[in-house]
Design a binder for this molecule. Sequence first.
Ligand code: HEC
Ligand code: HEC
Length: 449
Amino acid sequence: MRPIHRALSALVSLYLAYAIPVSFAMDEEITMQGGDTSVSDSSPSAYDHIAPNLNEAAAVALHEVGQTGFLRNFGRVKIRGALRLGPTFNAPSCISCHGGNGRGALRVTRRAVGSDTVVKVSLPTGKPSVPGGPVAVPTIGLQIRDHAIAKHHPEALVRIIWRNEAGAYSDGIPYTLRTPALRLSKNKTPMPRGVLTSLRRAPPIFGTGLLDAVSDAEILSRADPFDLNSDGISGRANTVWDVQTRATAVGRFGFKASAPNLRQQVAAAYATDMGVTNPLFKRGTKTPEIPARILDATTFYSATLGVPMARDQSDPTVIFGRALFTQFGCHSCHTPTLTTGAGSHPALSNQTIHPFSDLLLHDMGEGLADQRPDFSATGNEWRTTPLWGIGLTEQVLKGRPATYLHDGRARSIEEAILWHGGEASAAQSRFRAASVTEREALIRFLRGL
Ligand code: HEC
Ligand code: HEC
């Protein structure tokens, strides 16, 4: 570090020590994870409630229209005799990937009507389709569509091959971690050499209206790109392209925070995952396959789902686990508390929420890297995954296997933590070195979120 930088760094760390709330006070009440949108339900429909503070009739009606849009199977809807789905697609409806508004079950197969896990692709060099974005693969774009409507061919078929690797906690208890490798076959056109790929499972979608309402300033206040406070953690925001304002913006949705707001995330899902053109992604059509009204209603539906309340927070084991969450440094990225600014509806505005994410990108090390940059996110960087509702994952999946991390490689919360590297190496080492009792207490705390 140059002397000027060192001096600056010392000054800034002094400032940051006060400016950034790095602690997670033991008495901070976190049960109402979604503020006034919180819902008490730990059944398989835990993520499937309208926010209880959304009580005016017009808003409830819009949420319901949006729900219809979320459930709609585009493989069954025709306009002027033509299917709106595809011609190539990954799945025919939002719900087929986000079952119960939750995460996908890591299904990539031609034997089902759709896959809930996708492969993003791009080229290492070339002209990006939007400023600063990834470079599209000719004839494919930025994602492989592994399904197609009748008389059309999928862009390629995808198979995941798992490689197992054995490891052990410091106390000698063994574990196995698995890494996916992709096999693409029956490509419609040959895949160019050097194509970059990234496997992504579908994340839960509740609480996204609240995350949309967190101001850029709130997100940027926690960024520390040069690690000036020397805590080994240097979160930074992704800088992405807003297709509506045609300008750069802070990224917040997707595993690499590559979408700037919820409306664009949902519009991209229609266009990319289902092949349904819309006002934001028209793909050369004059009249998009869905109008703004439907896009807005589906966006509103996702925005106004209730967030599950945390459970068991006064249980002594959970209290101990919560203390370890701070002691291990998990809270430095999985920020317990954020506040929202102005939301798309007053029910989402000025809420104190507990998503357990700073919405920033972190270098998570080579082990988790996909080596596919997405806007300013490098191949090693991922957005801190919100942990709210994580303890209800298995219930919502109703017996289908629960998986964690961007590509679903982790089969348990423990495995997800063991994969943490890069900026999270110290936190991972503390977890690996902890006793069985401590590890179990930490997991109990997370299972109560
Ligand atoms: C083929 C499966 C699939 C379909 C269909 C699909 N999604 Fe997704 N969804 C995903 C994946 C995979 C991601 C993660 C994308 C990324 O990492 O950039 C995602 C991300 C999201 C997110 C961002 C969540 C977050 O925390 O950042 C929202 C919101 C969302 N989807 C809503 C929808 C809506 C609404 C629809 C229907 C219009 C839809 N999705 C259709 C697979 C799907
Ligand atoms: C340096 C920042 C950082 C620290 C420190 C950190 N995490 Fe994470 N965490 C992340 C990021 C980024 C991801 C997403 C990684 C991915 O999907 O590849 C993640 C993912 C997770 C997941 C998976 C969530 C899901 O639904 O897939 C869990 C569980 C988790 N972290 C728990 C913890 C715990 C417990 C600790 C402390 C021992 C911790 N993390 C420390 C950044 C961090």
